[in-house]
Design a protein around this ligand. Sequence first.
Ligand SMILES: Cc1cc2nc3c(=O)[nH]c(=O)nc-3n(C[C@H](O)[C@H](O)[C@H](O)COP(=O)(O)OP(=O)(O)OC[C@H]3O[C@@H](n4cnc5c(N)ncnc54)[C@H](O)[C@@H]3O)c2cc1C
Length: 415
Amino acid sequence: MQNFSIFSLLRNSMTYHENWQQHWRSPVPKKQYDVIIVGAGGHGLATAYYLGKVHGITNVAVIEKGWLGGGNTGRNTTIVRSNYLWDESAHLYEKSLKLWEGLTKDINYNVMFSQRGVMNLAHSLGDMREVQRRVTANNLNGVDAVILTPEEISQRVPFMKINNTRYPVMGASFQPRGGVARHDAVAWGYARACDAMGIDIIQNCEVLNFLKDGDTVTGVETTKGQIMASKVGIVTAGHSGVMAEKAGFRLPIESHPLQALVSEPLKPLVDTVIMSNAVHAYVSQSDKGELVIGAGIDSYVGYGQRGSFQVIEHTMEAICELYPIFRRVRMMRQWGGIVDTAPDACPIISKTPVRNLFINCGWGTGGFKATTGSGWVFAHTLATGEPHDLNAAFSLDRFVTGKLIDEHGAAGVAH
Ligand SMILES: Cc1cc2nc3c(=O)[nH]c(=O)nc-3n(C[C@H](O)[C@H](O)[C@H](O)COP(=O)(O)OP(=O)(O)OC[C@H]3O[C@@H](n4cnc5c(N)ncnc54)[C@H](O)[C@@H]3O)c2cc1C
């Protein structure tokens, strides 16, 4: 694999950047693999990467119906944090954050991970109690988190209207190590590193069905024919319910549209990530200067990669109320993704009722931040057939035993 460095950049600039190596191949699928991963989003690609890197399993195919990173991975607002309430979540997301901190070096690809801090605003006494509870729980779990007073928020974000009548800001939690990363680069970087290990990434190839021998999966039926595998992992986010049904079991997952939008580019203004869970509006600024704004989910179930206008309207009202300075900023682009939400707002990283078939889904509105850790634990689960300590609690069984991890009440929206 070509090494990216300042020297390779200089060398290639001499030849007008025409001689860069191709990042990944477009191979013809083999007849048989040790592991097939369905879905080349960040989670699927990270899983393949850690299967190769940590477990030495490289006879792997990642099968993608569209283009890699074209699902939620390329559509999110890129917020990364680990300040979740419950121990199980905090440990998993903190592992992810630690992996983020070394990812650019690990895969030799600049994922532009910027630890500019993430602020979660509190607009009521109830919000404030939740902030205090969560910050205390975070500190007990070794996760960096502090409480900011309205004065401290004003110092950091002078253009925020703290005393607005509709959404007064009473305080915030702040995770200094949180931030943002370039989502496309994450998919591209993992894909390139997978390809270098000989892992096949097969794009424009839809998995139509699962091949089974009794209750054991033996491969997949695709638009490019049958491909056999000893183990199969489903990592298809918003389409997980559809895939599970094809495999013959049901998931407690609902798929909803979730939207985001970006403004015209502005001069550097927002040097952190500001989230308001209560009003479903969060904002950061991209390196190009665009305000990156996330909205809440549409309440109806759907598979359209677009959302309703009233959701956008609500978000923009909240943004204008909190930041009057943005009132005349023009919005440039708006889009949607399909998020897979579980009743307790926590992921499912688990064995399934079908032997040798595993599933990783339910990340809902907040899985980008877990791309690294999710890949790490799912690779372990696929390689060993058993969950890693960090994902044992996130099994499908919990919806039978009732041992839910209720991040819904804790985090409001996850993002
Ligand atoms: C608007 C928006 C904002 C968000 N903001 C944030 C945020 O700020 N922070 C955060 O942490 N998370 C955020 N999220 C959530 C986050 O994007 C997702 O949880 C995460 O990217 C899921 O990654 P994935 O790899 O599982 O899924 P995806 O990237 O969706 O990958 C799944 C892939 O499976 C493929 N696939 C589906 N069916 C098949 C099939 N039959 N055969 C082959 N391939 C198939 C799809 O084409 C897709 O490429 C946001 C999501 C959206 C939509």
